[in-house]
Design a protein around this ligand. Structure first.
Ligand code: BGC
Length: 392
């Protein structure tokens, strides 16, 4: 296996050199690479150690599917597959990129920064002309992304910002501050609808602190909630209102459930909890389970991702809301940017940018949509899988 891997690296280094000097196709060349040369490279990456997902089979699949090969190898580096959106992204990138004629190297990093760095390195070595990155930690990929840039590879951030690096060409995502605002507005709406008159006892949860989305979700939510905390409409009984106190390391549902257990045991032995700000659906279900175990009435809880299980819970009234950010739309937007890059048209125009600490990164933003039982059928009208969960 080692010898095969070494051979693979030699071959891919030679190929990468050819691509950079010759037929090109990466950053700034505006040309399309020659896919016929790449099949062995992609096959050889099957031997890459420590990865979760196998790269796609090359050209034969495209022929079988009757697609034309527009050419080009696209790497997709995902942070983990622990929430439905990332698991969907893995499948949908493969489907949509192959349908568009690209060869793919798709890998997920199990929340581990070194693993993701190594995966991106190997995508560069294997001749990827574009690498799509959903970072484990937005600020820890600086040098490997600079390396991609130096090798002429385009880098697109997917769903999360890539921070502290010039090695990023653009980021495709749902508005993250807006997402937090929607979560907080839904929480307030649910409290008014289900929990009588104010004041309301609430608690606050944030996502994984390494994920640049998590502080943004929290900031957006607090822009709505803080004035009502200040005027006494909302009471955070635990007193924990800083992001650092509320964050959930690695978006780990069991850590959120333990924190909720501790908050309930320490603060709610003789009062009821009315609502909880949750940054995503997995954490929402952990919070609700904790409250049920503690014998509390179910609080109003927000969410994110419209995961199947939470769509069912919203429909049955167990979780108040979620926020839909359809993976297929985000993947389609990313693929259209890749098409533009690899057909020599550069990055599409956008008016939105985000300061990543080093440069202003072009942002391609899609709108998140809040979902409650009231509008679920409307929101999922074009999503047969989720519609099928809304059974009476
Ligand atoms: C994504 C969410 C997801 C979370 C945990 C965030 O960056 O935007 O959709 O629930 O990561 O995986």
């Amino acid at each position: 296996m080692k010898a095969k891997k070494a051979l693979s690296l030699l071959m891919t280094a030679a190929l990468a050199a050819t691509m950079l000097t010759g037929c090109g196709g990466g950053r700034g060349t505006g040309e399309t690479a020659q896919p016929s040369d790449t099949s062995e490279v992609v096959e050889e990456t099957d031997e890459t150690e420590g990865t979760e997902n196998e790269p796609a089979e090359p050209a034969e699949n495209e022929e079988a599917a009757g697609t034309t090969s527009a050419g080009g190898i696209v790497g997709v580096a995902l942070p983990w597959l622990g929430t439905q959106n990332w698991a969907e992204a893995e499948v949908m990138f493969k489907e949509q990129l192959e349908a568009a004629g690209y060869e793919t190297i798709i890998q997920a990093a199990d929340q581990k920064v070194p693993q993701q760095q190594q995966q991106i390195e190997s995508m560069i070595e294997n001749g990827a002309q574009v690498i799509v990155v959903g970072p484990v930690d937005g600020s820890q990929l600086g040098s490997v992304l600079e390396k991609a840039k130096d090798a002429g590879v385009y880098v697109i951030g997917y769903d999360r910002l890539l921070e502290n690096t010039t090695g990023v060409d653009g980021v495709v995502q749902f508005g993250s501050v807006k997402t937090g605002e929607l979560q907080a507005q839904a929480l307030l709406q649910g409290l008014e609808e289900l929990k009588g008159e104010a004041p309301y006892n609430i608690e606050l949860f944030g996502g994984g602190p390494a994920d640049p989305n998590a502080p943004n979700f929290f900031t957006g939510a607090m822009s709505v909630l803080q004035p009502l905390i200040d005027d006494g409409t909302l009471v955070v009984v635990s007193g924990q209102t800083d992001f650092t106190q509320c964050a959930t390391v690695d978006w780990d549902n069991s850590k959120a459930q333990s924190r909720m257990d501790a908050i309930l045991a320490g603060n709610y032995s003789d009062i009821e909890i009315d609502g909880v700000l949750s940054p995503n659906d997995g954490i929402a279900r952990a919070i609700i389970t904790s409250c049920e175990n503690a014998g509390q009435p179910i609080p109003v809880v927000s969410g994110l991702d419209a995961e199947n299980e939470s769509v069912e819970w919203v429909w049955s009234g167990r979780q108040y809301s979620t926020v839909a950010k359809p993976t297929n739309a985000l993947v389609a937007e990313t693929v259209s940017i890749i098409d533009s890059l690899l057909s020599g048209n550069g990055m599409p125009e956008t008016d939105v940018t985000a300061d990543n600490g080093v440069i202003d990164v072009p942002i391609y933003e899609l709108p998140p949509v809040v979902v409650t039982k009231d509008n679920a059928k409307e929101v999922f009208a074009d999503d047969p899988d989720r519609m099928a969960l809304l059974t009476d």
